[in-house]
Design a protein around this ligand. Structure first.
Ligand code: FAD
Length: 463
Protein backbone atom coordinates (compact mmCIF):
# COMPACT_ATOMS: atom_id res chain seq x y z
CA UNK A 1 0.00 0.00 0.00
CA UNK A 2 1.46 3.36 -0.94
CA UNK A 3 1.43 6.18 1.57
CA UNK A 4 1.35 9.92 0.79
CA UNK A 5 2.71 12.82 2.73
CA UNK A 6 0.25 15.63 3.46
CA UNK A 7 2.25 17.83 1.07
CA UNK A 8 1.76 15.30 -1.76
CA UNK A 9 -1.94 14.95 -0.99
CA UNK A 10 -2.29 18.73 -1.07
CA UNK A 11 -0.39 18.95 -4.35
CA UNK A 12 -2.58 16.26 -5.93
CA UNK A 13 -5.79 17.93 -4.68
CA UNK A 14 -4.59 21.28 -6.02
CA UNK A 15 -3.79 19.72 -9.40
CA UNK A 16 -7.31 18.24 -9.63
CA UNK A 17 -8.94 21.54 -8.70
CA UNK A 18 -6.71 23.36 -11.19
CA UNK A 19 -7.41 21.00 -14.08
CA UNK A 20 -11.19 21.26 -13.54
CA UNK A 21 -10.89 25.04 -13.26
CA UNK A 22 -8.68 25.10 -16.36
CA UNK A 23 -11.22 23.13 -18.41
CA UNK A 24 -13.90 25.66 -17.48
CA UNK A 25 -11.55 28.55 -18.29
CA UNK A 26 -10.68 27.15 -21.73
CA UNK A 27 -14.40 26.84 -22.44
CA UNK A 28 -15.38 30.33 -21.27
CA UNK A 29 -12.35 32.52 -22.06
CA UNK A 30 -11.81 34.29 -25.42
CA UNK A 31 -8.50 35.96 -24.59
CA UNK A 32 -4.93 34.60 -24.42
CA UNK A 33 -4.04 31.86 -21.94
CA UNK A 34 -0.25 32.01 -21.77
CA UNK A 35 1.62 29.16 -20.09
CA UNK A 36 5.39 28.70 -19.62
CA UNK A 37 5.86 26.81 -22.91
CA UNK A 38 4.29 29.65 -24.91
CA UNK A 39 6.55 31.90 -27.02
CA UNK A 40 4.83 34.93 -25.45
CA UNK A 41 5.53 33.74 -21.91
CA UNK A 42 8.89 35.40 -21.32
CA UNK A 43 7.63 38.93 -21.84
CA UNK A 44 4.15 38.18 -20.46
CA UNK A 45 5.50 36.79 -17.20
CA UNK A 46 7.25 39.95 -16.08
CA UNK A 47 5.99 43.35 -15.08
CA UNK A 48 8.02 46.50 -15.67
CA UNK A 49 9.94 46.42 -12.38
CA UNK A 50 9.76 42.73 -11.43
CA UNK A 51 10.21 39.30 -12.91
CA UNK A 52 8.17 36.28 -11.90
CA UNK A 53 7.18 32.76 -12.93
CA UNK A 54 3.40 32.64 -12.88
CA UNK A 55 1.70 29.41 -13.96
CA UNK A 56 -0.79 31.29 -16.15
CA UNK A 57 -0.91 34.75 -17.66
CA UNK A 58 -4.46 35.49 -18.81
CA UNK A 59 -5.17 38.38 -21.18
CA UNK A 60 -8.92 39.02 -21.24
CA UNK A 61 -10.58 40.39 -24.38
CA UNK A 62 -13.67 41.76 -22.61
CA UNK A 63 -15.48 41.97 -19.30
CA UNK A 64 -16.87 38.41 -19.45
CA UNK A 65 -13.30 37.17 -19.84
CA UNK A 66 -12.33 39.05 -16.68
CA UNK A 67 -15.17 37.30 -14.86
CA UNK A 68 -13.99 33.90 -16.16
CA UNK A 69 -10.38 34.68 -15.20
CA UNK A 70 -11.33 35.71 -11.66
CA UNK A 71 -13.43 32.55 -11.21
CA UNK A 72 -10.51 30.45 -12.49
CA UNK A 73 -8.05 31.97 -10.00
CA UNK A 74 -10.56 31.56 -7.17
CA UNK A 75 -11.46 27.96 -8.04
CA UNK A 76 -7.87 26.93 -8.68
CA UNK A 77 -6.89 28.58 -5.38
CA UNK A 78 -3.87 30.15 -6.97
CA UNK A 79 -2.20 33.42 -6.00
CA UNK A 80 -3.66 36.17 -8.15
CA UNK A 81 -1.92 39.24 -9.58
CA UNK A 82 -3.87 41.90 -11.42
CA UNK A 83 -1.80 43.84 -13.94
CA UNK A 84 -2.86 47.14 -15.48
CA UNK A 85 0.10 49.11 -16.83
CA UNK A 86 2.52 46.85 -14.93
CA UNK A 87 4.45 49.67 -13.18
CA UNK A 88 3.89 48.77 -9.54
CA UNK A 89 7.13 49.23 -7.59
CA UNK A 90 6.64 46.11 -5.41
CA UNK A 91 5.99 44.05 -8.57
CA UNK A 92 2.38 43.26 -7.68
CA UNK A 93 1.73 42.59 -11.36
CA UNK A 94 3.47 39.22 -11.35
CA UNK A 95 4.06 36.28 -8.97
CA UNK A 96 5.53 32.79 -8.76
CA UNK A 97 3.27 29.85 -9.52
CA UNK A 98 0.00 31.77 -9.63
CA UNK A 99 -2.26 33.55 -12.09
CA UNK A 100 -1.69 36.97 -13.64
CA UNK A 101 -4.71 38.71 -15.11
CA UNK A 102 -3.12 41.13 -17.55
CA UNK A 103 -5.64 43.79 -18.59
CA UNK A 104 -3.59 45.26 -21.44
CA UNK A 105 -6.14 44.32 -24.13
CA UNK A 106 -8.81 46.33 -22.31
CA UNK A 107 -7.70 49.77 -23.45
CA UNK A 108 -10.79 51.52 -24.84
CA UNK A 109 -11.02 55.28 -24.27
CA UNK A 110 -14.40 56.73 -25.29
CA UNK A 111 -16.04 60.09 -24.64
CA UNK A 112 -19.55 59.10 -23.58
CA UNK A 113 -20.93 62.57 -22.77
CA UNK A 114 -19.44 65.51 -24.65
CA UNK A 115 -21.29 68.16 -22.63
CA UNK A 116 -20.15 66.85 -19.26
CA UNK A 117 -16.77 65.63 -20.62
CA UNK A 118 -17.41 62.12 -19.30
CA UNK A 119 -14.88 59.58 -20.53
CA UNK A 120 -15.22 55.80 -20.27
CA UNK A 121 -11.81 54.14 -19.91
CA UNK A 122 -11.17 50.40 -19.77
CA UNK A 123 -9.21 49.15 -16.76
CA UNK A 124 -6.07 48.18 -18.72
CA UNK A 125 -5.49 51.47 -20.56
CA UNK A 126 -2.34 53.51 -20.01
CA UNK A 127 -2.19 57.26 -19.41
CA UNK A 128 -0.44 57.70 -22.77
CA UNK A 129 -3.37 56.06 -24.54
CA UNK A 130 -5.76 58.31 -22.59
CA UNK A 131 -3.82 61.50 -23.36
CA UNK A 132 -3.62 60.64 -27.08
CA UNK A 133 -7.33 59.82 -27.30
CA UNK A 134 -8.43 63.01 -25.51
CA UNK A 135 -6.00 65.49 -27.12
CA UNK A 136 -8.00 65.92 -30.36
CA UNK A 137 -11.01 66.92 -28.22
CA UNK A 138 -8.98 69.44 -26.14
CA UNK A 139 -9.65 67.36 -23.05
CA UNK A 140 -7.33 65.88 -20.43
CA UNK A 141 -7.40 64.07 -17.11
CA UNK A 142 -4.83 65.04 -14.49
CA UNK A 143 -2.83 61.87 -13.98
CA UNK A 144 0.80 60.83 -13.67
CA UNK A 145 3.83 61.98 -15.60
CA UNK A 146 4.49 58.82 -17.64
CA UNK A 147 2.73 57.47 -20.74
CA UNK A 148 3.13 53.76 -19.98
CA UNK A 149 1.80 53.89 -16.38
CA UNK A 150 -1.59 52.21 -16.05
CA UNK A 151 -4.85 54.03 -15.42
CA UNK A 152 -5.86 51.29 -12.91
CA UNK A 153 -2.90 51.16 -10.56
CA UNK A 154 -2.31 54.91 -10.50
CA UNK A 155 -5.96 55.86 -9.96
CA UNK A 156 -6.88 53.29 -7.34
CA UNK A 157 -4.36 54.65 -4.84
CA UNK A 158 -4.17 58.32 -5.80
CA UNK A 159 -2.73 59.77 -8.98
CA UNK A 160 -0.50 62.81 -8.49
CA UNK A 161 -0.18 64.33 -11.93
CA UNK A 162 0.70 67.52 -13.73
CA UNK A 163 -2.56 69.31 -12.97
CA UNK A 164 -2.99 67.98 -9.45
CA UNK A 165 -3.21 71.37 -7.75
CA UNK A 166 -6.00 72.49 -10.08
CA UNK A 167 -8.02 69.29 -10.57
CA UNK A 168 -6.95 67.09 -7.66
CA UNK A 169 -5.81 63.49 -7.75
CA UNK A 170 -6.73 61.19 -10.62
CA UNK A 171 -9.15 59.46 -8.23
CA UNK A 172 -10.91 62.77 -7.51
CA UNK A 173 -12.00 62.83 -11.15
CA UNK A 174 -13.58 59.36 -11.15
CA UNK A 175 -17.39 59.43 -11.21
CA UNK A 176 -18.13 55.72 -11.61
CA UNK A 177 -16.47 52.32 -11.89
CA UNK A 178 -17.47 48.88 -13.10
CA UNK A 179 -15.92 46.13 -10.98
CA UNK A 180 -15.61 42.35 -11.22
CA UNK A 181 -15.54 41.21 -7.60
CA UNK A 182 -14.07 38.06 -6.08
CA UNK A 183 -17.27 36.08 -6.73
CA UNK A 184 -17.04 36.93 -10.44
CA UNK A 185 -20.03 39.28 -10.22
CA UNK A 186 -20.10 42.61 -12.06
CA UNK A 187 -20.86 45.48 -9.67
CA UNK A 188 -21.33 49.18 -10.50
CA UNK A 189 -19.93 51.75 -8.09
CA UNK A 190 -20.71 55.47 -7.96
CA UNK A 191 -22.09 58.04 -5.54
CA UNK A 192 -25.55 56.53 -6.19
CA UNK A 193 -24.78 52.81 -6.59
CA UNK A 194 -22.81 50.95 -3.94
CA UNK A 195 -21.37 54.20 -2.54
CA UNK A 196 -19.25 52.47 0.09
CA UNK A 197 -17.46 50.45 -2.59
CA UNK A 198 -17.07 53.67 -4.60
CA UNK A 199 -15.48 55.32 -1.56
CA UNK A 200 -13.10 52.38 -1.06
CA UNK A 201 -12.01 52.16 -4.70
CA UNK A 202 -10.75 55.73 -4.54
CA UNK A 203 -7.65 55.09 -2.43
CA UNK A 204 -7.98 51.44 -1.36
CA UNK A 205 -6.06 50.06 -4.34
CA UNK A 206 -6.85 46.77 -6.03
CA UNK A 207 -8.27 45.21 -2.86
CA UNK A 208 -11.92 45.00 -3.91
CA UNK A 209 -11.93 43.53 -7.38
CA UNK A 210 -10.88 44.24 -10.93
CA UNK A 211 -12.05 47.56 -12.30
CA UNK A 212 -12.96 46.78 -15.89
CA UNK A 213 -13.93 50.39 -16.61
CA UNK A 214 -13.65 53.81 -14.99
CA UNK A 215 -15.77 56.83 -15.90
CA UNK A 216 -13.85 60.07 -15.38
CA UNK A 217 -14.95 63.68 -15.64
CA UNK A 218 -12.22 65.07 -17.89
CA UNK A 219 -11.40 68.77 -18.04
CA UNK A 220 -10.91 71.04 -21.02
CA UNK A 221 -7.26 71.71 -21.75
CA UNK A 222 -5.25 74.07 -23.89
CA UNK A 223 -1.54 73.83 -24.54
CA UNK A 224 0.41 74.32 -21.30
CA UNK A 225 3.70 75.96 -20.29
CA UNK A 226 6.01 73.21 -19.16
CA UNK A 227 9.67 72.51 -18.54
CA UNK A 228 12.53 72.78 -16.06
CA UNK A 229 14.43 75.56 -14.34
CA UNK A 230 17.74 74.47 -12.78
CA UNK A 231 19.89 75.84 -9.96
CA UNK A 232 23.33 74.82 -8.64
CA UNK A 233 23.39 72.03 -6.04
CA UNK A 234 25.08 74.39 -3.60
CA UNK A 235 21.88 76.49 -3.44
CA UNK A 236 19.62 73.52 -2.68
CA UNK A 237 18.56 74.54 0.84
CA UNK A 238 17.48 78.07 -0.13
CA UNK A 239 15.90 77.05 -3.40
CA UNK A 240 13.85 74.29 -1.75
CA UNK A 241 12.56 76.52 1.03
CA UNK A 242 11.79 79.37 -1.36
CA UNK A 243 9.97 76.99 -3.71
CA UNK A 244 7.77 75.60 -0.93
CA UNK A 245 7.01 79.11 0.40
CA UNK A 246 6.03 80.32 -3.05
CA UNK A 247 3.77 77.34 -3.80
CA UNK A 248 1.59 78.32 -0.82
CA UNK A 249 0.41 81.44 -2.65
CA UNK A 250 0.94 80.36 -6.27
CA UNK A 251 -2.14 79.93 -8.46
CA UNK A 252 -3.59 76.40 -8.64
CA UNK A 253 -2.79 76.43 -12.37
CA UNK A 254 0.84 75.92 -11.37
CA UNK A 255 1.89 72.40 -10.44
CA UNK A 256 5.55 71.90 -9.59
CA UNK A 257 8.09 69.29 -8.50
CA UNK A 258 11.72 69.55 -7.43
CA UNK A 259 14.32 66.87 -8.13
CA UNK A 260 17.91 66.80 -6.89
CA UNK A 261 20.82 64.50 -6.03
CA UNK A 262 20.16 62.64 -9.28
CA UNK A 263 22.83 59.90 -9.33
CA UNK A 264 22.86 59.94 -13.14
CA UNK A 265 23.60 63.69 -13.22
CA UNK A 266 26.35 64.04 -10.62
CA UNK A 267 24.72 62.87 -7.37
CA UNK A 268 25.48 65.54 -4.74
CA UNK A 269 26.64 67.91 -7.50
CA UNK A 270 23.58 67.39 -9.68
CA UNK A 271 21.57 70.57 -10.26
CA UNK A 272 18.37 71.23 -8.37
CA UNK A 273 15.73 70.99 -11.09
CA UNK A 274 12.32 72.54 -10.62
CA UNK A 275 9.75 71.20 -13.09
CA UNK A 276 6.58 73.16 -13.71
CA UNK A 277 3.37 72.84 -15.62
CA UNK A 278 1.30 76.00 -15.90
CA UNK A 279 -2.16 74.94 -17.00
CA UNK A 280 -2.98 77.58 -19.59
CA UNK A 281 -1.75 79.09 -22.86
CA UNK A 282 -1.66 82.78 -21.90
CA UNK A 283 2.07 83.72 -21.94
CA UNK A 284 1.64 86.70 -19.61
CA UNK A 285 -0.24 84.71 -16.95
CA UNK A 286 2.23 81.83 -17.29
CA UNK A 287 5.19 84.19 -16.82
CA UNK A 288 3.53 85.77 -13.80
CA UNK A 289 3.13 82.32 -12.23
CA UNK A 290 6.56 80.96 -13.16
CA UNK A 291 8.81 84.06 -12.73
CA UNK A 292 8.92 83.86 -8.90
CA UNK A 293 10.60 80.46 -9.31
CA UNK A 294 13.29 82.06 -11.50
CA UNK A 295 14.05 84.43 -8.60
CA UNK A 296 14.86 81.61 -6.17
CA UNK A 297 18.58 81.44 -6.95
CA UNK A 298 21.17 81.41 -9.72
CA UNK A 299 19.37 80.01 -12.77
CA UNK A 300 21.74 77.73 -14.69
CA UNK A 301 19.17 76.35 -17.14
CA UNK A 302 15.68 77.52 -18.08
CA UNK A 303 13.72 75.41 -20.53
CA UNK A 304 10.10 76.37 -20.34
CA UNK A 305 8.02 76.17 -23.50
CA UNK A 306 4.38 76.04 -24.52
CA UNK A 307 3.59 72.48 -25.60
CA UNK A 308 0.47 70.35 -26.08
CA UNK A 309 -0.56 68.84 -22.73
CA UNK A 310 -0.16 65.36 -24.23
CA UNK A 311 3.56 66.02 -24.76
CA UNK A 312 4.14 66.72 -21.08
CA UNK A 313 3.94 62.99 -20.41
CA UNK A 314 7.23 61.15 -20.84
CA UNK A 315 7.95 57.58 -21.93
CA UNK A 316 8.74 55.18 -19.11
CA UNK A 317 11.91 53.10 -19.01
CA UNK A 318 12.30 49.44 -18.17
CA UNK A 319 15.41 48.84 -16.04
CA UNK A 320 17.79 46.14 -17.29
CA UNK A 321 17.49 42.67 -15.70
CA UNK A 322 19.18 42.51 -12.30
CA UNK A 323 18.50 46.18 -11.60
CA UNK A 324 16.43 47.08 -8.58
CA UNK A 325 14.42 50.24 -7.96
CA UNK A 326 13.68 51.02 -4.31
CA UNK A 327 11.27 53.87 -3.65
CA UNK A 328 10.04 55.21 -0.34
CA UNK A 329 7.66 58.11 0.15
CA UNK A 330 6.06 60.22 2.85
CA UNK A 331 3.82 63.23 3.24
CA UNK A 332 4.77 66.53 4.87
CA UNK A 333 2.30 68.77 6.67
CA UNK A 334 2.73 72.54 6.76
CA UNK A 335 4.37 72.67 10.20
CA UNK A 336 7.13 70.28 9.16
CA UNK A 337 7.95 71.63 5.71
CA UNK A 338 10.97 73.69 6.81
CA UNK A 339 12.52 70.87 8.88
CA UNK A 340 12.02 68.21 6.19
CA UNK A 341 13.40 70.36 3.37
CA UNK A 342 16.44 71.25 5.48
CA UNK A 343 17.15 67.55 6.11
CA UNK A 344 16.59 66.64 2.47
CA UNK A 345 18.96 69.41 1.33
CA UNK A 346 21.65 68.10 3.70
CA UNK A 347 21.06 64.50 2.61
CA UNK A 348 21.22 65.50 -1.06
CA UNK A 349 24.66 67.03 -0.53
CA UNK A 350 26.12 63.74 0.73
CA UNK A 351 27.74 61.07 -1.42
CA UNK A 352 25.27 58.43 -0.22
CA UNK A 353 22.13 60.30 -1.10
CA UNK A 354 19.30 58.60 -2.92
CA UNK A 355 17.64 60.44 -5.79
CA UNK A 356 15.14 62.85 -4.17
CA UNK A 357 11.91 64.20 -5.69
CA UNK A 358 9.51 66.51 -3.86
CA UNK A 359 6.01 67.09 -5.24
CA UNK A 360 3.81 69.97 -4.21
CA UNK A 361 0.24 68.81 -3.62
CA UNK A 362 -2.22 71.02 -1.70
CA UNK A 363 -4.54 73.04 -3.95
CA UNK A 364 -7.56 71.05 -5.13
CA UNK A 365 -6.34 67.91 -3.31
CA UNK A 366 -6.73 69.57 0.06
CA UNK A 367 -10.16 71.02 -0.74
CA UNK A 368 -11.79 67.55 -0.97
CA UNK A 369 -13.24 66.56 2.43
CA UNK A 370 -10.98 64.10 4.28
CA UNK A 371 -13.60 61.33 4.41
CA UNK A 372 -14.85 61.67 0.83
CA UNK A 373 -12.46 59.01 -0.44
CA UNK A 374 -10.11 56.41 1.05
CA UNK A 375 -7.05 58.55 0.19
CA UNK A 376 -6.06 59.70 3.66
CA UNK A 377 -3.45 62.42 3.22
CA UNK A 378 -5.39 65.44 2.01
CA UNK A 379 -3.86 67.85 4.53
CA UNK A 380 -0.30 67.33 3.28
CA UNK A 381 1.48 70.21 1.61
CA UNK A 382 4.22 68.10 0.06
CA UNK A 383 4.86 64.48 -0.85
CA UNK A 384 8.44 63.35 -1.41
CA UNK A 385 10.08 60.21 -2.72
CA UNK A 386 13.57 58.77 -2.35
CA UNK A 387 14.70 56.38 -5.04
CA UNK A 388 17.72 54.10 -5.10
CA UNK A 389 18.45 52.40 -8.42
CA UNK A 390 21.16 49.97 -9.41
CA UNK A 391 22.29 46.38 -9.58
CA UNK A 392 21.03 44.36 -6.61
CA UNK A 393 24.33 44.42 -4.63
CA UNK A 394 24.64 48.20 -5.01
CA UNK A 395 21.08 48.73 -3.77
CA UNK A 396 21.65 46.32 -0.87
CA UNK A 397 24.86 48.16 0.11
CA UNK A 398 23.00 51.49 0.10
CA UNK A 399 20.34 50.15 2.46
CA UNK A 400 21.85 51.11 5.86
CA UNK A 401 22.45 54.70 4.75
CA UNK A 402 18.91 54.90 3.38
CA UNK A 403 17.44 53.55 6.62
CA UNK A 404 19.44 56.14 8.58
CA UNK A 405 18.06 58.95 6.39
CA UNK A 406 14.51 57.77 6.97
CA UNK A 407 15.10 57.47 10.72
CA UNK A 408 16.20 61.08 10.73
CA UNK A 409 13.12 62.14 8.79
CA UNK A 410 10.67 60.03 10.82
CA UNK A 411 9.74 62.61 13.50
CA UNK A 412 8.77 65.16 10.83
CA UNK A 413 6.86 63.16 8.21
CA UNK A 414 3.70 61.15 8.14
CA UNK A 415 2.06 58.42 6.14
CA UNK A 416 3.21 57.01 2.85
CA UNK A 417 1.99 57.34 -0.72
CA UNK A 418 1.12 53.81 -1.83
CA UNK A 419 2.03 54.44 -5.45
CA UNK A 420 5.67 55.20 -4.56
CA UNK A 421 6.54 52.38 -2.20
CA UNK A 422 8.61 49.33 -3.06
CA UNK A 423 7.88 47.47 0.16
CA UNK A 424 4.52 46.14 1.31
CA UNK A 425 4.91 45.37 5.00
CA UNK A 426 2.28 45.74 7.75
CA UNK A 427 4.07 48.98 8.67
CA UNK A 428 3.64 50.28 5.14
CA UNK A 429 -0.07 49.46 5.13
CA UNK A 430 -0.42 51.31 8.46
CA UNK A 431 1.41 54.31 6.99
CA UNK A 432 -0.86 54.37 3.93
CA UNK A 433 -4.12 53.86 5.83
CA UNK A 434 -4.62 55.48 9.25
CA UNK A 435 -6.75 53.32 11.62
CA UNK A 436 -10.19 54.80 10.82
CA UNK A 437 -9.60 54.52 7.06
CA UNK A 438 -8.29 50.98 7.42
CA UNK A 439 -11.28 49.82 9.48
CA UNK A 440 -13.75 51.27 7.00
CA UNK A 441 -11.84 49.63 4.13
CA UNK A 442 -11.80 46.29 5.97
CA UNK A 443 -15.60 46.39 6.23
CA UNK A 444 -15.85 46.90 2.45
CA UNK A 445 -13.31 44.13 1.94
CA UNK A 446 -15.41 41.72 4.02
CA UNK A 447 -18.38 42.45 1.78
CA UNK A 448 -16.68 42.15 -1.62
CA UNK A 449 -13.62 39.93 -1.05
CA UNK A 450 -14.09 37.94 2.18
CA UNK A 451 -11.55 35.29 1.13
CA UNK A 452 -8.87 37.90 0.25
CA UNK A 453 -8.47 36.74 -3.35
CA UNK A 454 -7.13 40.20 -4.24
CA UNK A 455 -4.11 40.13 -1.94
CA UNK A 456 -1.19 41.17 -4.20
CA UNK A 457 -1.44 44.80 -3.14
CA UNK A 458 -0.96 46.86 0.00
CA UNK A 459 -3.38 44.47 1.54
CA UNK A 460 -6.52 45.22 3.51
CA UNK A 461 -7.34 42.05 5.44
CA UNK A 462 -11.01 41.09 5.66
CA UNK A 463 -10.53 39.92 9.28
C1 FAD B 1 8.07 55.42 -14.29
C2 FAD B 1 6.97 55.63 -13.28
C3 FAD B 1 6.36 56.88 -13.20
C4 FAD B 1 5.34 57.10 -12.27
N1 FAD B 1 4.76 58.34 -12.19
C5 FAD B 1 3.75 58.55 -11.31
C6 FAD B 1 3.14 59.83 -11.20
O1 FAD B 1 3.50 60.79 -11.89
N2 FAD B 1 2.14 60.00 -10.29
C7 FAD B 1 1.71 58.98 -9.50
O2 FAD B 1 0.79 59.19 -8.71
N3 FAD B 1 2.27 57.75 -9.58
C8 FAD B 1 3.28 57.52 -10.45
N4 FAD B 1 3.88 56.29 -10.51
C9 FAD B 1 3.45 55.23 -9.59
C10 FAD B 1 2.31 54.45 -10.22
O3 FAD B 1 1.10 55.17 -10.02
C11 FAD B 1 2.19 53.08 -9.54
O4 FAD B 1 3.37 52.36 -9.77
C12 FAD B 1 0.97 52.31 -10.05
O5 FAD B 1 0.77 51.19 -9.23
C13 FAD B 1 1.18 51.84 -11.47
O6 FAD B 1 -0.03 51.37 -11.99
P1 FAD B 1 0.00 50.26 -13.14
O7 FAD B 1 -1.40 49.96 -13.49
O8 FAD B 1 0.94 50.69 -14.21
O9 FAD B 1 0.70 49.07 -12.36
P2 FAD B 1 0.31 47.54 -12.15
O10 FAD B 1 1.55 46.91 -11.63
O11 FAD B 1 -0.29 46.98 -13.36
O12 FAD B 1 -0.80 47.63 -11.07
C14 FAD B 1 -0.51 47.89 -9.72
C15 FAD B 1 -1.61 47.31 -8.88
O13 FAD B 1 -2.78 48.09 -9.08
C16 FAD B 1 -3.91 47.26 -9.10
N5 FAD B 1 -4.59 47.42 -10.40
C17 FAD B 1 -4.10 47.90 -11.56
N6 FAD B 1 -5.09 47.99 -12.47
C18 FAD B 1 -6.20 47.55 -11.86
C19 FAD B 1 -7.56 47.43 -12.25
N7 FAD B 1 -7.98 47.79 -13.47
N8 FAD B 1 -8.45 46.94 -11.36
C20 FAD B 1 -8.05 46.58 -10.12
N9 FAD B 1 -6.79 46.67 -9.68
C21 FAD B 1 -5.89 47.17 -10.56
C22 FAD B 1 -3.46 45.88 -8.82
O14 FAD B 1 -3.52 45.63 -7.44
C23 FAD B 1 -2.04 45.90 -9.27
O15 FAD B 1 -1.29 44.92 -8.68
C24 FAD B 1 4.92 56.04 -11.42
C25 FAD B 1 5.54 54.79 -11.50
C26 FAD B 1 6.57 54.58 -12.41
C27 FAD B 1 7.23 53.24 -12.47
Amino acid sequence: MSTFTSKELHASATTTITSTALETLRRDFDGDIIEPDDAKYESASRSVLASGHPAYVLRPEHGEDVQAAVCFAANARLVLSVRGGGHSFPGFGTNDGGVVIDLSKLATVEIIDHDRHLVWISGGATWGQVASALAPHDLAISAGDTRSVGVGGLTLTGGIGWKVRKYGLALDNVVAAEVVTASGAVVQASAEENPELFWALRGGGGNFGIVTAFTYAAHPTTAVFSGKIAFPASEAANVLQGWADYLRTAPDELTSNVEFANPFAGGPDAPVEISVVFDGDDPARAAQAIDPIRMLGTVIADHIAMIPYEDVLVDGMTPPPGFQVVTRSAFVDTDSVAAVLQILAEVGASERSPFIAVRSVGGAVSRVPADATAYAHRQAELMFVTTTVGPNPVVAAARPALDAIWERLAPHVNGAYANFLTSATEEDVTAIYPPATYQRLAAVKRQYDPGNLFARNHNIRPQ
